[in-house]
Design a protein around this ligand. Structure first.
Ligand code: SF4
Length: 427
């Protein structure tokens, strides 16, 4: 097929960034461009990320790799988009003249269908951009601007597109989806939107909610999560810390008692739910005792999934100027202690699955086994299930898997019943 031009797109960072890249690829495809591997492209588009230091470094390294490809004549043009391109456009243009162009962020409400850049059987639907909060360490509201929700009609149109694609899993995302609707409808309407989304997702087996700010809006959707079989019993609740003084310095609108009460409520309403959280260690002036308080809390709270971040001092944020910036060594030590503790927690929690049969979404084949996920595992960030199966399975299939072994973060099992495409489940 003759394309206008061959374009390669590499998306770094979070699923929200990926949605932007997939929508860009979808619009380029609709305009007659071929979407190919970056190394085989005429024009390479890099969708960058810069929310913390390590993400910036990853983006810069990727740019320099493209510069090498261009110098070798393998690609003709380099185009940058995404957060790093937006935040550091001038200095990037000056320091890396091989960059040919910069693309601004796509609008949230573009009509085009996506061009999947990762696996085809699951997708992300970004229902809002930027954030209603203003955490003192976070640069995102500065990069992304004013909080904006995608109109509910447009949300439902996109769900219908995914429903027609018969994807197996739809992940609803934003910076904080609990703020959904505040700008357009004057109030937060995630619960209402979720019900309407489920009504349009007849062919989609799993619907997962990601990035729920731990506020009262979460309580408003617990019953829907509990009562709707399609909705994964998975609560993604970034708390960032537990110590009152640090939460205040972070400008988080939650207190220790709020967080404890919410976790308790979740476990009462949906006892089998997996709770994922993320925390920041080494925040400016974090005392030993405050870190110990966090570590003790995490050990007691027994989160099913935990992401930990080392505090990254970001210019343009309020916390950048806070006193008591900690040495990298201290921050790293605290990070290592949290991860070691969570390894033990996760290992113990995984043992409860031994002998149980759970539903697993197959993501890919790996040698003689298949790799999949349970409803308690979000794509790319959580654990996996290694599946042994006599019969062939395909990405997007669901299998009933009996767990025969448990690892720190992953499970191992054998497919027990007739495997079927998810449309056999979606009655
Ligand atoms: S809620 Fe998340 S995205 Fe919003 S300001 Fe805080 S850290 Fe940033």
């Amino acid at each position: 097929m003759m394309f206008k031009q061959k374009i390669g797109i590499l998306s770094l960072g979070c699923p929200r960034n990926l949605v932007d890249a997939e929508s860009l690829a979808g619009r380029l495809r609709d305009k007659g461009y071929g979407i190919v591997d970056i190394a085989k492209s005429d024009t390479a588009i890099l969708n960058t990320c810069c929310f913390i230091e390590s993400a910036k470094k990853e983006s810069i390294d990727a740019i320099l790799e493209l510069v090498d490809l261009k110098k070798q004549g393998k690609i003709k043009r380099i185009v940058l988009t995404g957060c790093l391109a937006q935040r550091y456009r001038e200095s990037l243009q000056k320091e890396i003249p091989e960059i040919d162009a910069f693309l601004g962020p796509p609008s949230l409400n573009h009509g085009a269908g996506r061009f999947p850049l990762t696996k085809k059987h699951f997708a992300y639907l970004k229902i809002c951009e930027s954030c209603v909060h203003n955490c003192s360490y976070c640069i995102i509201p500065k990069i992304k601007g004013k909080f904006s929700s995608l109109g509910l009609d447009s949300v439902l149109q996109k769900v219908s597109l995914f429903n027609r694609e018969k994807i197996s899993e739809l992940n609803i995302i934003g910076q904080d989806i609990t703020g959904y609707g505040l700008d357009l409808y004057g109030k937060k309407i995630l619960a209402k939107a979720l019900k309407k989304i489920l009504g349009k997702a007849k062919n989609i087996h799993w619907v997962r909610l990601l990035y729920l700010y731990p506020g009262k809006e979460v309580e408003g959707i617990l019953k829907i999560i509990r009562d709707e079989p399609k909705v994964c019993k998975y609560i993604d609740l970034p708390i960032q810390h537990i110590n009152g003084r640090i939460l205040k310095l972070m400008q988080r609108k939650t207190s220790k008692s709020d967080i404890l009460r919410l976790i308790d409520k979740i476990r009462k309403v949906i006892p089998e739910a997996a709770i994922r959280t993320s925390v920041i260690v080494g925040f400016p002036s974090e005392k030993d005792a405050e870190f110990e308080e966090l570590l003790t809390f995490l050990r007691q709270a027994q989160f099913d999934r935990l992401g930990a971040f080392i505090y990254s001092r970001e210019e343009g944020t309020k916390a950048f100027d806070f006193k008591g910036q900690l040495p990298e060594k201290t921050k790293q030590e605290r990070f290592d202690r949290v991860m070691l503790m969570q390894q033990q927690v996760s290992s113990a929690l995984n043992r409860k699955f031994l002998g149980k049969t759970i539903e697993v979404l197959i993501d890919e084949r790996q040698g003689k086994q298949y790799l999949g996920r349970s409803q308690y595992d979000a794509p790319e960030v959580d654990g996996q299930v290694y599946v042994n199966s006599k019969r062939a399975l395909k990405p997007g299939d669901f299998a009933q898997v009996q767990i025969t072994d448990t690892l720190e973060y992953d499970l191992v099992g054998t497919a027990v019943e007739k495997e079927g495409r998810h449309d056999e489940y979606c009655q």
